[in-house]
Design a protein around this ligand. Structure first.
Ligand code: HEC
Length: 217
């Protein structure tokens, strides 16, 4: 009895182990097929049901994915019905919103525009066209929608960032750029409102702008 069992076990082990690493033309044993062999059309497959014989179908014209109905052009494209840039950010701006903008700006814009927005980002030293400073009058005076458009459409040598940055974040970045610009153009009334002594404020910062300095003179 013992010998019989012994040989039986040995034979099983040899048979099972013998299959290891042996190449075979046949598909492996598949004890639980689940839905592996269901009938289906794989990508690029043929389907004679349709006139063009393609199994891949385009969505029906006018189909909009859930959450992607961009009817609000001001919000999505930064322009009004007549195609002009909107003057103001079309969402409520809060401190958190600007903070979010700072975070996104630091990720997506600093490589070229630099941390302060003067256009001295890291890649500029490697032959990339230097971007303009955000403190140029032309950009200070731009409507908010135009700043937004630089990300949505790109501008001349700057590529569009619409696929990397979602709509809400693009507006948050606009808000942050406005905050940066404001920070370099502080007026005396701003300082008074915040209870800051202008003498001390401008003494202690390297980044004082001509505007701000002249405002306190
Ligand atoms: C790969 C480098 C690069 C990155 C990243 C980049 N920019 Fe630019 N940006 C440029 C260049 C270059 C210009 C100047 C384009 C020109 O005038 O040809 C520019 C111009 C601009 C302008 C001025 C547009 C005008 O009308 O003159 C704004 C505003 C701007 N960028 C915003 C942004 C914001 C916001 C981000 C981050 C989301 C960003 N950029 C990221 C390279 C970049």
């Amino acid at each position: 009895m013992f010998t019989k069992n012994y040989f039986l076990t040995l034979a099983t082990v040899v048979v099972l182990a013998g299959c290891q690493g042996m190449p075979s033309e046949k598909p492996p044993i598949h004890p639980n097929p689940n839905m592996d062999w269901q009938e289906k059309f794989t990508a690029q497959a043929k389907n004679p049901f349709f006139e063009d014989n393609r199994a891949d179908r385009l969505p029906i014209e006018g189909t909009v994915a859930r959450g992607q109905l961009a009817v609000d052009v001001a919000y999505h494209q930064g322009v009004n019905a007549s195609g002009d840039y909107v003057d103001r950010i079309p969402v409520t701006v809060s401190r958190e919103f600007i903070e979010r903008g700072r975070m996104r700006y630091d990720i997506y814009c600093t490589p070229c525009h630099g941390g302060t927005g003067v256009g001295d980002g890291l890649v500029i030293g490697y032959g990339y066209v230097p971007p303009p400073s955000f403190y140029e009058d032309r950009i200070l005076e731009m409507p908010d929608g135009e700043l937004y458009s630089s990300m949505y459409n790109g501008v001349r040598s700057m590529p569009s960032y619409r696929h990397q940055i979602p709509v809400e974040d693009r507006w948050a970045i606009v808000a942050y750029i406005r905050a940066l610009q404001r920070s370099q153009n502080v007026t005396e009334s701003d300082l008074n409102r915040l209870g800051v002594d202008p003498e001390i404020a401008f003494e202690s910062t390297e980044l004082r702008s001509i505007n701000a300095a002249s405002a306190v003179q």
